[in-house]
Write a protein that binds this ligand. Structure first.
Ligand code: KIV
Length: 275
């Protein structure tokens, strides 16, 4: 993708070319999830490089235990809300479970629906060798694809746990091969979730496309966190890799308690707040 200008404010949009250039000059890529217009407006305004409309929406927006239940229609709804907000960031959307694993035609149809109906800039899929036909087919239609390896939450029932992946040599070798294959298929980037830092750093050096990590150490080309986790909304989720940048749970709790108290005391609204 070449550099595009956003007409409303002359802000340069982040493109796959710019992400690649960031890797080449050693500038780290900052990525966060968002699922709605208001939060996407805030994080885009703050300068985030990539907004991931993750299927973690299934957890943090809908309250499901896993990412498996979310539908393609629901992902498109979240993605289009984000796209309407964003002036600069690259908007990447997860193709949810069950909409690309079947065959490459289905994968292409799903990717095209996301691009056409939400206006997003690319899609993310979980897996390596086993989904290579789908990846190639989507890319051949002109849709940028990011691969996702390591802990792939759509396969949670195969793994059985959310623990660190690829600690054994055999799995580390397979993951390395998958990352190289995804690059060969034309992926513009590869995301590593919960793998040893040394392994992520080693593969990052081998790849010419940018890598993004979550729980994969400091050696990847960029980092991603789920926004609700880093803002301290999801207080019960405390993996080692998570750094909290705010305590929104306490902020919201206190604000709502103050509001309730004011309403009960007939202190709100006051005269200045009335017509
Ligand atoms: O769905 C998601 O939010 C993700 C991140 C955990 C990388 O895939």
């Amino acid at each position: 993708m070449s550099t595009q200008s956003n007409s409303s404010a002359n802000i340069k949009r982040i493109t796959t070319h710019q992400l690649s250039a960031m890797k080449n000059r050693g500038e780290k890529i900052a990525m966060l999830t968002a699922y709605d217009y208001s939060m996407a407006t805030l994080i885009d305004g703050a300068g985030i490089d990539i907004i991931l409309v993750g299927d973690s929406a299934s957890n943090v927006m809908a309250g499901h235990e896993t990412t498996l239940p979310i539908t393609l229609d629901q992902m498109i709804y979240h993605a289009s809300s984000v796209v309407r907000a964003v002036k600069r960031a690259f908007v990447l959307v997860d193709i949810p479970f069950g909409y690309y694993q079947g065959n490459s035609s289905e994968a292409l149809r799903s990717a095209i629906r996301i691009m056409k109906e939400s206006g997003a800039h690319g899609v993310k899929v979980e897996g390596g060798e086993e989904i290579q036909e789908s990846v190639k087919r989507i890319i051949s239609a002109g849709v940028p694809v990011m691969g996702h390896l390591g802990l792939t939450p759509q396969s949670i029932y195969k793994f059985g746990t959310y623990s660190v992946r690829a600690k054994e040599q055999e799995e580390a070798d397979k993951l390395t091969q998958d990352a190289l294959l995804l690059q060969e298929c034309g992926c513009f980037g590869v995301l590593f979730e919960k793998i040893p830092a040394d392994l992520a750093a080693k593969i990052t050096k081998q790849l010419s496309v940018p890598t993004i990590g979550i729980g994969a150490g400091a050696g990847t080309d960029g980092q991603v966190l789920v926004m609700h986790d880093m803002l301290g909304v999801t207080k019960d989720f405390n993996p080692r890799f998570l750094r909290r940048y705010a305590d929104l749970e306490s902020v919201v709790d206190q604000a709502v308690k103050n509001y309730i108290a004011d309403v009960k005391a007939t202190d709100f609204p006051n005269q200045a707040e009335s017509y």
